[in-house]
Design a protein around this ligand. Structure first.
Ligand SMILES: *Cc1c(COP(=O)(O)O)cnc(C)c1O
Length: 452
């Protein structure tokens, strides 16, 4: 079959999410309180709605998706699975390349899959305002979009450098009725403490998380929401891989060879990969599953697998993950969504157990790939997504050498139409190859809590 896109009808949107927790090779190391003691559901209740806490710790393999969430998803779901015929031809590869197009949601990425679910559960439990952080603005705009659909306020702490340099997503948030602040702010103790030390702080994701969490913890009708990393976020995103499995069957591809996604906090990758992971752990399939990150933020490829805080002010629970240290402030690379110091504990566990492989690329080579993709397939991808595109092209080129007719599938996590300034920097030769120095990693992980 040589279709360009494989679509499903709205009634074929899956009715259950897949939760990988019961299928992990090694049981998930539990989250701990900032002081290292065990954490219970009651400790999270101040900042998350109960249903999401339940999902976070759920031992159930399948979790029912409420009809209201499926109804709103129909604005853009099911998303098409596209066959990259033009790219394959340009590469001269015998490989078949498919990509799951998550760029069609109103905010332009996979993030609304979980934003809609999270807004729904907050609304159900009487919450009025959802506070969150955002880096380049993808998550902030996704949550603003979803909160607005449920009549909730969204309050977004946006990393200051992005707030100043990336005005368009801030304007999207305003369009959907959200409040957006440049973090660090003077609204929170965490923000004030940073500003006292460094009045010109450009902010970081870790600082913005501290501010949003504090906002939720200190107000009764405010809850916190995270766009990646946590188990329930990864679970919500499995809608991507579940649809992809159905679509691959329709395309006559019962068993893909390689599954690829880019990794920031790990949610879009998890969403694509986890529904395939079980087949691999059970020994029924031998997929190669590849997580791709930037060399400027090499969490999976260079960080140690240790307990660390999720934020700079150490207010969030400790989670066992590959980490560059909670004080890690990444250089100004252009893939703003891939700059978090840690990664989803679920993904890290599977990397540690070698079910999933990790790989890192420089920012210039990923833009080379993005432009090749735009000039063949026509779609202009987000710089984050370009990491997955690059890996897919590399794998297809290997097939050209070996003659293998592999089936390669990657997640197309978002479009780059609001990231054209990064493309401009690339075209003007202003991007540098950057590898986060080992010396700095040693330094930033030197004060990790001493927990096994
Ligand atoms: C946020 C973002 C990512 C990275 O986040 P994950 O949680 O790792 O998925 C990747 N691609 C796009 C387009 C994004 O907006």
């Amino acid at each position: 079959m040589d279709d360009y896109k494989i679509t499903l009808s709205e009634s074929e949107i899956p009715r259950q999410w897949y939760n990988v927790i019961p299928d992990l090779v090694t049981p998930l190391p539990p989250p701990l309180k900032p002081d290292g003691s065990p954490i219970g559901p009651e400790d999270l209740a101040a900042i998350f709605p109960m249903e999401l806490i339940k999902q976070e710790m759920s031992p159930e393999r399948w979790i029912e998706i409420p009809d209201e969430i499926r109804r709103i998803w129909r604005l853009w779901r099911p998303s098409p699975l596209r066959r990259a015929h033009a790219l394959e031809k340009a590469l001269g590869t015998p490989a078949r390349i498919y990509y799951k197009d998550e760029s069609l949601s109103p905010p332009g990425s996979h993030k609304p899959n979980t934003a809609v679910a999270q807004a729904y559960y907050n609304k159900e439990e009487g919450v009025k305002t959802i506070a969150t952080e955002t880096g380049a603005g993808q998550w902030g705009s996704a949550l603003s979009f979803a909160a607005n659909l449920f009549g909730l306020n969204a309050r977004v702490y946006m990393v200051k450098i992005s707030y100043e340099q990336k005005p368009y997503r801030k304007l999207l948030m305003r369009t959907w009725g959200a409040e957006c602040f440049a973090s660090p702010t003077t609204r929170t103790q965490a923000g004030k403490a940073i500003l006292e030390k460094d009045p010109d702080s450009l902010g970081s994701l870790g600082i913005a998380i501290s501010e949003a969490v504090e906002d939720a913890a200190t107000h009764d009708d405010v809850k916190y929401s995270l766009g990646s990393v946590l188990n329930h976020v990864c679970t919500h995103q499995t809608i991507i891989g579940l649809e992809t499995k159905k679509q691959l069957k329709i395309a006559g591809e019962s068993s893909p060879d390689i599954i690829i996604g880019c990794v920031g906090g790990g949610s879009n990758f998890a969403g694509m990969a986890f529904p395939f992971v079980k087949d691999k752990i059970d020994g029924n399939e031998d997929y190669e599953i590849i997580a791709v990150e930037p060399t400027a933020c090499p969490t999976l490829t260079k960080g140690p697998y240790r307990y660390d805080h999720g934020d700079t002010a150490k207010m969030t629970p400790l989670m066992k993950m590959y980490t560059l240290g909670h004080d890690f402030v990444p250089p100004g690379i252009h893939a703003g969504g891939l700059r978090y110091h840690g990664d989803a504990p679920l993904l890290c566990s599977l990397v540690n157990d070698k079910v999933i492989k990790a790989r890192a690329y420089h920012q210039i080579e990923i833009f080379d790939a993005a432009v090749k993709f735009a000039r063949t397939e026509g779609l202009v991808c987000a710089p984050e997504t370009a990491h997955a595109v690059k890996a897919a092209i590399d794998e297809a080129e290997k097939c050209k050498e070996t003659g293998e007719e592999k089936c390669i599938v990657f997640n197309y996590s978002g479009h780059g139409l609001l990231d054209l300034s990064s493309y401009e920097a690339y075209f003007d030769g202003k991007l540098e190859e950057y590898e986060y120095p080992d010396e700095l990693i040693k330094k930033s992980i030197s004060d990790l809590p001493d927990i096994k």
